[in-house]
Write a protein that binds this ligand. Structure first.
Ligand code: SF4
Length: 391
């Protein structure tokens, strides 16, 4: 039970790399698809002696292909999709008067904490699945149709900074129902950044010597807004970029929301959207998260929108990331994440042309019926008081 709550993987880390290795060595007719989370690319290089804060996206993609994956997609694409779905939900709540505060939902360790210790906030949490789960749902429906294969012939492997993501994929409410009635799991295996590095080393792939390669398409295009998901405050900033522009129908004069950046455990800001003041907060690290939630429960604080990440620094500090003794490791990885955003041509999730195409060809519109079926979930009260004791 503790392992489900443990964001830093101190208690156990299921060795899924062994299962993935078996699949890679088997070379049967299954189609092997990988996806990589925003924070993996700014940390994996450390396992191969690169300076902390190096961005090694192209080498990472090349190494995953050398391992034998048929397609390498970018979880950042799904982070853009999450922002469009979650941003639409936020705008809906602003128009309908709540319920507030609305909480982000992409951190599964936070969801476990919510269900076990703060169930009174269940209706406040966005119903949007995490980017990992949105990507796998889209791969096993939209992409499977595009390449003409049965979804059950695809093996979906996520590469995540996180040990809690291994638990997330076992939640029954994360399954999707296909048109023919079959219920399927979307992500089959999760391996961490460290486990990916282990596989690359075992296969004697010269990571440093690899030429950069691009993600596969159509699920490989992403924006700078998606890149910043990997750092505390990033989901909030990405959501604000989209919500502001959709509500006002105006371009933001400045895309950086500096008030929500930084590594302080709890940060708050007031964002003016055409006269409507949105009170936002960000918390990372379980102790800070609990402090914030307790204050809200006691009525000592009020906010409209809150980003919660269980790990210190957000996913850059996840339990599956390379171990480091560098006291500035989080700052270095965060600065690498922000540099990806600054160098991106597209920096707003709703401007991702492949996301727009996905809606045109398949999902119809944000928060549509089919989007809800595939991209949203629900939470249950798993607190001790609600547990039925059986002998
Ligand atoms: Fe996983 Fe990121 Fe949450 Fe840590 S902050 S538990 S790495 S999703």
């Amino acid at each position: 039970q503790c392992a489900n709550l443990c964001p830093v993987g101190a208690i156990y880390e299921t060795p899924d790399w062994r299962k993935v290795l078996k699949i890679l060595d088997k070379k049967d007719k299954k189609i092997l698809v990988a996806q990589t989370a925003p924070s993996v690319r700014v940390a994996i290089g450390e396992e191969f002696g690169m300076e902390p804060g190096s961005v090694s996206t192209g080498k990472m993609v090349a190494a995953i292909r050398r391992l034998g994956f048929d397609y390498v997609f970018d979880t950042n694409f799904a982070a853009d999709l999450t922002i469009v779905e979650e941003g639409t939900e936020l705008i809906g709540r602003i128009n309908d008067g709540g319920p507030f505060p609305m909480f982000t939902s992409c951190c599964p360790a936070w969801i476990n904490l919510l269900e076990k210790e703060y169930p009174e906030f269940i209706n406040n949490v966005s119903s949007a699945k995490s980017p990992q789960q949105m990507m796998s749902s889209v791969v096993k429906t939209y992409f499977a149709k595009k390449i003409g294969v049965d979804p059950e012939d695809i093996i979906m492997v996520s590469i995540m900074p996180c040990t809690a993501k291994k638990d997330e994929i076992t939640r029954p409410q994360q399954k999707i129902k296909l048109e023919d009635g079959r219920e399927i799991k979307t992500t089959d295996y999760v391996i961490t950044t460290r486990e990916l590095a282990k596989l690359i080393k075992m296969k004697q792939i010269n990571f440093i010597g690899l030429e950069d390669e691009d993600f596969d398409n159509p699920l490989g295009t992403s924006t700078g807004a998606a890149a910043i998901f990997g750092v505390t405050g990033g989901v909030m900033e990405a959501a604000l970029r989209t919500a502001y522009e959709i509500i006002t129908n105006k371009k933001l004069p400045k895309l950086e929301f500096n008030a929500v950046r930084g590594l302080d455990g709890i940060r708050e800001a007031e964002i003016d959207i055409e006269g409507k003041k949105l009170k936002v907060a960000i918390a990372h690290g379980t102790a800070n998260v609990k402090k914030l939630l307790d204050d809200i429960r006691d009525g000592a604080r009020y906010y409209d929108f809150i980003e919660i990440m269980a790990c210190p620094g957000g996913c850059i500090g996840g339990g599956g990331q390379p171990k480091s003794l560098d006291p500035d490791i989080l700052k270095k990885r965060a600065s690498a994440i922000y540099s990806i955003d600054e160098l991106s041509t597209l920096r707003r999730s709703h401007e991702n042309p492949d996301i727009q195409k996905l809606y045109e060809e398949f999902l119809e519109k944000p928060n549509s019926h089919i989007a809800h079926e595939l991209l949203h979930t629900y939470y249950t009260d798993r607190s001790v008081k609600n547990k039925v004791v059986t002998e």
